[in-house]
Design a protein. Structure first.
Length: 214
């Protein structure tokens, strides 16, 4: 097989994988955490063994969907952090970007963050909670890098940036999860309250010389 044939086959495989992920997205939007491999295969017009061939199992499919949605969310968070505004406005915009994303697609959020109640036939033993930990950890590391690049935290800045990155992601996740379930206040009110919580030392920190200010 020559290089051109291999390239064409890879493009075809990548295109088919995207189509299957789009079918999975449609089922997740409809069924949330109860989305099953059977339903996803039916939506894609294939048999479940073919779905397994592409993703291995529900854990593999979950990982692919998580990367797809996390990549998009991180791009949005970075854009909010780098927007031309003062630091407080950018903090609020970043918090609002995360909350707006989970509010717009709550079923996707629940699929990524919560195990299905009772599971689905053929999906028993899949613990979504276990698989969500790497997703949150990745977000924490990404945010830590942004903080380290943009804020002068003095001695020990790398470790402090990681503490803040993971702490902020944990706060957004826990507060957003509670808010999405109970809706005790408006999104804007929650954003202001969380920004107030963060604002103490962050407001006093200096920007990195020669770098984009956070």
């Amino acid at each position: 097989m020559d290089t051109t044939q291999r390239t064409d086959q890879q493009r075809s495989a990548d295109r088919r994988r995207r189509e299957l992920l789009e079918a999975a997205d449609r089922v997740v939007l409809r069924d949330g955490p109860q989305a099953s491999m059977n339903a996803i295969a039916a939506e894609a017009g294939i048999t479940k063994p073919i779905l397994y061939r592409h993703f291995g199992d529900k854990g593999g499919l979950y990982a692919a969907l998580a990367k797809r949605h996390t990549d998009a969310l991180l791009d949005s968070l970075r854009a909010a952090l780098d927007a031309p505004a003062d630091r407080r406005e950018r903090v609020e915009a970043t918090l609002d970007t995360y909350l707006a994303a989970i509010e717009a697609r709550p079923q996707v959020y629940r699929f990524l963050m919560h195990p299905a109640d009772g599971g689905q036939v053929g999906d028993q033993g899949f613990d979504v909670g276990k698989h969500s930990v790497p997703l949150l950890r990745r977000m924490g590391e990404e945010l830590a890098q942004v903080i380290e690049d943009r804020v002068d935290l003095g001695p020990g800045s790398q470790q402090l940036a990681r503490v803040w990155g993971h702490g902020i992601v944990g706060m957004m996740h826990a507060a957003g999860d509670w808010w999405l379930g109970e809706r005790p206040c408006s999104r804007a009110e929650l954003v202001r309250s969380l920004a107030d919580l963060l604002w103490g030392r962050l407001a006093a920190a200096g920007d990195k010389v020669g770098g984009p200010g956070f």
